[in-house]
Design a protein around this ligand. Sequence first.
Ligand SMILES: C[S@@+](CC[C@H](N)C(=O)[O-])C[C@H]1O[C@@H](n2cnc3c(N)ncnc32)[C@H](O)[C@@H]1O
Length: 200
Amino acid sequence: MSLGPDYFDGLYAADADPWGIERGWYEERKRAVVLASLPRPRYARAFEPGCAGGALSVELAGRCDELVCWDPATRAVEATRARLADRAHVRVEEGALPARVPEGTFDLVVASELVYYLDAGDREEFWRAVEGCLRPGGHLLAVHWLREAPEYPVEGTAVHDELASRPGLTRTVRHDEADFRLEVYARGPARSVAEETELR
Ligand SMILES: C[S@@+](CC[C@H](N)C(=O)[O-])C[C@H]1O[C@@H](n2cnc3c(N)ncnc32)[C@H](O)[C@@H]1O
């Protein structure tokens, strides 16, 4: 079974930062790796489902013209809204993929520490929804913890194995270390950063 909004609301009721995203070098460094891995300096319209308290959203907001952030947990939405209140190009909403699908299309979707909360059926719908809202040539960045998390429906490696098998997506970045895997996929054929910047 997917872990639903009640599970996350419960975590946030006990601790405003249940995963210690705002505390410590591990998460701070991972965010830096995420930002450095985005193949383009800027994106026109980005979608960040599972934004939690907005630690990554703040950084993404500086890299795109429009940003849509979602989280199913009320407390997470309130925290991200407050944090980004002065950024008119950011919209923060309560929502969970795949039960709800965002309007419009994006040239960047960021799925950070998120897809392993979903069961097999919801993951299939999640990937379809992401593929459906990604513009041709747009990027999906996925990053997941690889160590054991027995309470999650699936492990991080399985999430990335599934992603690798999606037709229509081409991997352009892969970063692997003991704790997490990060990949960027393009919808359709991928061009490397050197190709995109004509540095050949
Ligand atoms: C571990 S936190 C990740 C936060 C952030 N993406 C990061 O990497 O720093 C996971 C967040 O995903 C949210 N979430 C869980 N299931 C979700 C779903 N189906 N759609 C969107 N967000 C979800 C949770 O409420 C939680 O805030």
